[in-house]
Structures are given as structure tokens and as C-alpha cells.
Design a protein around this ligand. Structure first.
Ligand SMILES: [Zn+2]
Length: 125
């Protein structure tokens, strides 16, 4: 008969990831707008009138309401120090290329649209 090894057990922690509520709210908001827009379009075709367009306002406010709840959950999780899915709306820092002469944002790799200066790239000599 095979001898079994004897050991001890210990309490370990692991992260169990599910679909966070804020993500579910965002997805529901998007699906509602897409499906609702098709329903409004079908209603316009069915009644041969633009009256169903008013439902677009309702769709927008429903989308806005769901997004606001999702944002509120994210903010509460951030305050509590809990990880949250998605990002909190508002300004954020991003890296752009800027002209060394006039400091405006560059839209082209080889010249500045604002002052017309030719952009020298590090590999150029
Ligand atoms: Zn410039």
C-alpha cells in the first residue's frame, strides 16, 4: 500500500475576480442605447412619423443615469481603497508631441501646423 505524505494546512488569500457592478452598469448602458436606437428606428418606420424620436431623449437619460451610478460606485471604491474596473471620468494626464518653437500640439511628424517649423527628429542630423 502506498504511503501518504502528511502535511499541515494554512490559510492563504487569493483574489477572486468577478464582473464588477460598475462594469455591468456600463455594459447595460451601452446595450440599452444600441438596442433602444434600433427599436426607435423600427418605430419610426412602422408609424411613418418622427414622434418616436422623443424616445431617444429617454434612452440618453437612461444611459446617463446608469453611467452616473457606475461612476459613483467607482468613486466610493476609490475612497475605500478597493480596486475598481474602468476609469473615473474627468481630465487625465496624457503624453503628446509638442513643437519646440511654439509649444503647440503637433499633428504631423515632420512639421508644425501652427508656426510652420520643420520638426527635427532625434535620428536626423
Ligand atoms: Zn510650432
Amino acid at each position: 500500500m502506498k504511503e501518504r505524505r502528511v502535511t499541515y494546512r494554512f490559510e492563504a488569500r487569493r483574489i477572486v475576480r468577478g464582473v464588477p457592478l460598475e462594469t455591468l452598469l456600463d455594459v447595460t448602458a451601452k446595450v440599452t442605447v444600441v438596442v433602444g436606437s434600433f427599436i426607435v428606428l423600427a418605430a419610426i418606420v412602422a408609424v411613418q412619423s418622427l414622434e418616436p424620436m422623443i424616445m431617444l431623449a429617454g434612452l440618453f437619460f437612461q444611459w446617463l443615469f446608469l453611467r452616473c451610478i457606475a461612476e459613483h460606485i467607482r468613486l466610493q471604491k476609490k475612497i475605500a481603497g478597493i480596486d475598481f474596473a474602468g476609469r473615473i471620468s474627468g481630465p487625465r494626464l496624457e503624453t503628446i508631441w509638442a513643437c519646440g518653437h511654439c509649444n503647440s500640439m503637433l499633428h504631423s511628424e515632420n512639421h508644425c501646423d501652427n508656426c510652420g517649423a520643420r520638426i527635427k527628429i532625434d535620428s536626423d542630423d
